[in-house]
Each structure stands twice: as structure tokens, then as C-alpha cells.
Design a protein around this ligand. Structure first.
Ligand code: SF4
Length: 112
């Protein structure tokens, strides 16, 4: 493991986003699944209880819901464009699903 995460956001790379039946827009299935698990059992998907960037999303979740905002408003929001990518810069802020699924995604190609 390097000092800093090397995130390759798999869903961003594919220009994909996830929309739940309730209109909630999430960056990917990894965050969406953990979010769903955490809603039904607080002991699961606990990334949503401990990472500031995910707590911020939850606190403002209507801002990322198609029943309240347009898709453009959501995808151009600070959370999707600034807050989430900034959380990838340090292991202290990196959400667990991003670490699990997307950190060092290309490490086999690293020369360092
Ligand atoms: S887990 Fe994080 S880095 Fe990976 S696809 Fe989802 S939002 Fe992107």
C-alpha cells in the first residue's frame, strides 16, 4: 500500500451512475449497496456512519434525489465533483468501499 490512495473510480471511468427506485442518485453500486445495508442494519455498511464525505451526503440526501433535483444539478453538485474526489486523496478520508474496490486498481502496472 502506498502513502496515498491511488483511486481509479471504476464507475466514473465508464461514465456510469446509479439511480435507486426512490430517485436517489449514487456514484456506484459499491456505495449504493453499502448505503442500503446501512439503512436496514446499522452494523453493516458502516462506512456511511464514519466517513465525513458520506455523512455529508446523507445529511443533504435530498440534494441528490431526482424527486428534488434534476440529474444535471446532481451531477454538477459540489459533492460529486469536489467532496467525493477530495476524499480519495488520503486514507484518513477515503470511504471504505472506494478503498476496497478502486484503490490501486492499476497497481499491477505501477513501476514504483
Ligand atoms: S467505490 Fe468509490 S472510487 Fe469506486 S466506483 Fe464507487 S465512487 Fe468510484
Amino acid at each position: 500500500m502506498t502513502d496515498k490512495p491511488r483511486i481509479k473510480c471504476q464507475w466514473l471511468e465508464k461514465d456510469q451512475i446509479l439511480v435507486n427506485p426512490d430517485g436517489q442518485v449514487l456514484p456506484c453500486c459499491y456505495l449504493a449497496n453499502s448505503n442500503f445495508l446501512n439503512k436496514i442494519d446499522i452494523t453493516q455498511g458502516d462506512a456511511w456512519q464514519k466517513h465525513d464525505v458520506l455523512l455529508e451526503y446523507t445529511a443533504n440526501k435530498e440534494d441528490y434525489n431526482l424527486n428534488h433535483k434534476t440529474m444535471d444539478e446532481i451531477l454538477l453538485s459540489d459533492w460529486f465533483n469536489i467532496d467525493l474526489p477530495k476524499s480519495w486523496e488520503s486514507y484518513e478520508t477515503l470511504p471504505t468501499p472506494c478503498w476496497t474496490f478502486c484503490d490501486g486498481f492499476q497497481k499491477d502496472n505501477e513501476t514504483e
